[in-house]
Design a protein around this ligand. Structure first.
Ligand code: AMP
Ligand code: GLY
Length: 423
C-alpha cells in the first residue's frame, strides 16, 4: 500500500504520522513535504499546485491513494485529474471544493441546503460595500482564497472603507468580490466531518485560535493553536451539529451532481440562537488536525480509502482516545503580515521534547544542514494529557525549549478549556 500526501505544512505532517500508525503499514510519500516530514515519508520535490507533475508522479510511483492537504490543489482540480487517470484520491473535486474557494458560492449552497448562517450581501465596489453595512462591527470577507487573511472585522466606518479599498481597488488578493456579513457573537467551534459523497461523519470537535495575540487580539492568522475535544460538545452534540450543518451540504452537492468526498470543515459560531456557519473549508484544518488526529484510534488510511468511494463510509465507527490534545503554533517574526526566513531554530533535540509531538510547518534546511525558519507558521507542538490542564502544561514546557529569532507564541491556548472544565 503506497500513499502520497500532498502538502508541506504542520497539517500534512500530522496526517503522515496518523497514516504511519495504520495497521496496513503503508509506504508514505509526501510532495513537497518539509524537513520534519522527511523523517517519516519519502519526499518528492513537486509543488502542491503542479497538478500535472503530481499526477505523473502518482502514476510513476503506482500510488494507491493520494491524500490532498491544502485547498489550492483541490481548487485547481488535482482530485479530478487523478480520477481521470484512475488514481484514487482523498479530497473533493474542484466543483465541490468551490465551497471553500468562494464565500458567495458557499452562502448560496447554504441557502439552498437550509443551513443556519449570518446574513450577507456580495458587493464589487467600495460604495456598494459601505451601503451594505448596517451596523458595526461589520465582517468583510474577500471572496476567494486568502490563506485565512481575507477576513476583517471592521469596528468602524474608517476601517471598513480602508478594507474595501484594499480588497476591491488595490486587489490585495486578486479580482474577487467582497461578502459583507452580519457579525455573529459567540464562541467558535471547528467541526470537521469525513464525507463519502453521501454521508458526513463528524470527527472530534476542536477549537482554533485565529488571532495572532493573546486574548484574541490583533489580525486573523491561519491559526495560532488548537485543542480537542471541546467542553460541552460530546459525541451526541457533534452528531446533532453535523446533522444541521454538514449533512445538508453533502445532500445538496450530491443533488447538484458534484458529490463531496474528503473532509468538510465547518467553522461555526455558537450563538445564542444556536450554531451558525461562518465558513466551510474543503480540507482538514491547520492547526486543528494536529490536535484531532493524534486522538484518533481508528485506521485513518482505511477511513480515507472508504471516503474516496461513493457511500464507502457506510457503517463506519470512529474511535477516539479518552485524552486531551493541545497544539501550540510557533510562528516566525512579523507573521501574519510577512513570512520570516532564515532564522536558525534551536532546541529541537532537548529531551523535554520527547514527551510531545513536534510537527514542522515552515522550516527548511540551510546548505550547512542547519534547520531554519521558512514561513509564517514554523513549528507546532502537540501534547496529549488526561485533561486540558496537563496537556497544556506539557505543551508549553516543551515549546519553551524551542527558540528562534522573532518567535511568536500565544500564551493562552486552551486556557478556556481548563477554566471550563474546572468551572
Ligand atoms: P473565516 O475565514 O470566514 O473563517 O473568518 C475568519 C475568522 O473571522 C473567523 O474564524 C472568525 O473569528 C471571524 N469571523 C468570520 N465571520 C464572522 C462573523 N460573521 N461574525 C464574527 N466573526 C466572524
Ligand atoms: N485553522 C483554520 C483553517 O485551517 O482554515
Amino acid at each position: 500500500m503506497k500513499v502520497l500526501v500532498v502538502g508541506g505544512g504542520g497539517r500534512e505532517h500530522a496526517i503522515v504520522r496518523a497514516l504511519a500508525r495504520s495497521p496496513q503499514s503503508p509506504e508514505l510519500l509526501c510532495a513537497p513535504g518539509n524537513p520534519g516530514i522527511a523523517a517519516e515519508a519519502r519526499l518528492l520535490p513537486i509543488a502542491v499546485t503542479d497538478v500535472e507533475g503530481l499526477v505523473a508522479a502518482a502514476q510513476a510511483e503506482a500510488v494507491d491513494l493520494v491524500v490532498v492537504g491544502p485547498e489550492a490543489p483541490l481548487v485547481a482540480g488535482l482530485v479530478d485529474a487523478l480520477q481521470a487517470v484512475g488514481v484514487a484520491a482523498f479530497g473533493p473535486s474542484a466543483a465541490a471544493a468551490r465551497l471553500e474557494a468562494s464565500k458567495q458560492h458557499a452562502k448560496e449552497v447554504m441557502a439552498a441546503a437550509g443551513v443556519p448562517t449570518g446574513g450577507w450581501t456580495s458587493v464589487d465596489t467600495v460604495a456598494d460595500g459601505m451601503a451594505a453595512i448596517t451596523s458595526y462591527p461589520a465582517v468583510l470577507k474577500y471572496d476567494g482564497l486568502a490563506a485565512g487573511k481575507g477576513v476583517v472585522d471592521a469596528e468602524d466606518e474608517a476601517t471598513a472603507r480602508a478594507t474595501l479599498v484594499d480588497f476591491l481597488e488595490d486587489r490585495r488578493f486578486g479580482d474577487g468580490r467582497v461578502v459583507v456579513e452580519e457579525f455573529l457573537a459567540g464562541e467558535e467551534l471547528s467541526l470537521l466531518a469525513l464525507c463519502d459523497g453521501v454521508r458526513a461523519i463528524p470527527l472530534a470537535p476542536a477549537q482554533d485560535y485565529k488571532r495572532i495575540f493573546d486574548g484574541d487580539a490583533g489580525p486573523n492568522t491561519g491559526g495560532m493553536g488548537s485543542y480537542s475535544p471541546v467542553v460541552g460538545i460530546d459525541a451526541a452534540e457533534a452528531q446533532r451539529i453535523a446533522t444541521l450543518v454538514h449533512q445538508p451540504i453533502v445532500d445538496e452537492l450530491a443533488r447538484r451532481g458534484t458529490p463531496f468526498h474528503g473532509v468538510l470543515y465547518a467553522g461555526l459560531m455558537l450563538t445564542q440562537e444556536g450554531p451558525k456557519v461562518i465558513e466551510y473549508n474543503a480540507r482538514f484544518g491547520d492547526p486543528e488536525t494536529q490536535a484531532v488526529l493524534p486522538r484518533l484510534r481508528s485506521d485513518l488510511l482505511e477511513l480515507m480509502q472508504r471516503a474516496s468511494r461513493p457511500g464507502g463510509l457506510d457503517g463506519a465507527q470512529l474511535e477516539w482516545a479518552d485524552a486531551w490534545a493541545v497544539t501550540l503554533v510557533l510562528a516566525g517574526a512579523g507573521y501574519p503580515e510577512r513570512s520570516a526566513a532564515g532564522d536558525v531554530i534551536a532546541g529541537l533535540e532537548h529531551p523535554a521534547l520527547d514527551a510531545v509531538q513536534v510537527t514542522h510547518a515552515g522550516t527548511a534546511l540551510r546548505e550547512d544542514g542547519a534547520l531554519v525558519t521558512a514561513g509564517g507558521r514554523v513549528l507546532n507542538v502537540t501534547s496529549l494529557g488526561d485533561g486540558p490542564a496537563s496537556a497544556r502544561e506539557a505543551a508549553y514546557a516543551a515549546a519553551d525549549h524551542i527558540t528562534f529569532d522573532g518567535r511568536q507564541l500565544r500564551t493562552d491556548i486552551a486556557q478556556r478549556a481548563v477554566e471550563r472544565q474546572q468551572g
